[in-house]
Design a protein around this ligand. Structure first.
Ligand SMILES: [Zn+2]
Ligand SMILES: [Zn+2]
Length: 280
């Protein structure tokens, strides 16, 4: 399984990164590579095209309906619906919170019949109900964030060397469901939008690096990758906070980087990020 960080800027796009967007890829038994997109926040639709052609997206998983996690899907609809060369495959399967179709149709000022149904095959998340997409099993866990139906997402890749697990927090404060989503994950990709000392009065919205580390420890995650730092956060402090609470490897997500994720059965278990060549 491989994780590509398209965007990791917290809450809105930054000068060096779009808002939240990740691509998870993995091969099936026949050797075909499948690609799932986790969130497509502001700015991500442009950047993702440097990494893959849009028709290569096999499925979209949306954590919650905040613009920094999904608004560029409104733009993706145009790319699917109006490409004069045609769209070479059917609507893209999308798993997302209830109300996603109306949320994404609203900026276009269109109704829901047919709305965006020619571009996306909408499926509402059913909490903790496993969904199979190619070689992946995905599951959503309801977390704590001030928006209806916020989810953390657990992605399991069934590969030749066994299962590899990526858990993604979406946006959430600490809660038991987040621990369960991240249980024994090979990588726990976790937001750290807040900082200890500065944001102590704000609860029920986001994690700090420290709280992300505590969740990773409770979950027994094998690696923690911090993401969703807004432009005003100090990444060094976030990483130090996480290390205080979590003894395993801590990585900081970087846009335009690929992270091969070794599964439990693979001999070399280190993650060596590779910067994806980006043409000017
Ligand atoms: Zn966010
Ligand atoms: Zn949010």
């Amino acid at each position: 399984m491989e994780l590509t960080v398209i965007g990791c800027s917290g809450s809105f796009a930054g000068p060096h990164s779009p808002a939240s967007c990740y691509v998870v890829s993995g091969d099936d038994a026949e050797g075909r590579t499948w690609r799932l997109v986790l969130d497509m926040g502001s700015g991500a639709l442009g950047s993702i095209q440097r990494h893959l052609p849009l028709p290569a997206i096999d499925g979209i998983l949306v954590s919650h309906l905040h613009p920094d996690h999904c608004i560029d899907l409104a733009g993706l609809h145009i790319a699917v619906r109006w490409d004069p060369r045609g769209w070479p495959r059917g609507p893209i399967p999308m798993y997302s919170p209830a109300g996603s179709h109306a949320y994404l149709a609203h900026p276009h000022g269109i109704g829901l019949d047919p709305g965006l149904t020619g571009s996306f095959e909408f499926h509402d998340w059913q909490e903790r109900e496993a969904v199979e997409i190619g070689p992946f099993t995905v599951e959503a866990f309801r977390v704590v964030h001030p928006v209806p139906d916020p989810y953390a997402i657990r992605v399991v890749h069934h590969g030749p060397a066994g299962d590899t697990v990526l858990a993604y927090s979406g946006d959430s404060d600490a809660c038991d469901a987040l621990v369960e989503a991240a249980r024994d994950a090979d990588v726990f990709l976790c937001e750290a939008a807040y900082m200890e000392g500065r944001d102590d009065a704000l609860r029920g919205i986001h994690l700090t690096g420290l709280r992300a580390g505590e969740v990773a420890s409770r979950a027994g995650a094998r690696r923690l990758m911090l993401t969703h730092l807004p432009i005003w956060n100090d990444p060094v402090q976030a990483e130090e906070e996480a290390r205080r609470a979590y003894p395993g490897p801590v990585l900081m997500a970087q846009a335009d980087h690929r992270y091969p994720i070794p599964g439990a059965g693979e001999p070399d278990r280190t993650i060596t990020p590779a910067r994806v060549r980006v043409d000017p």
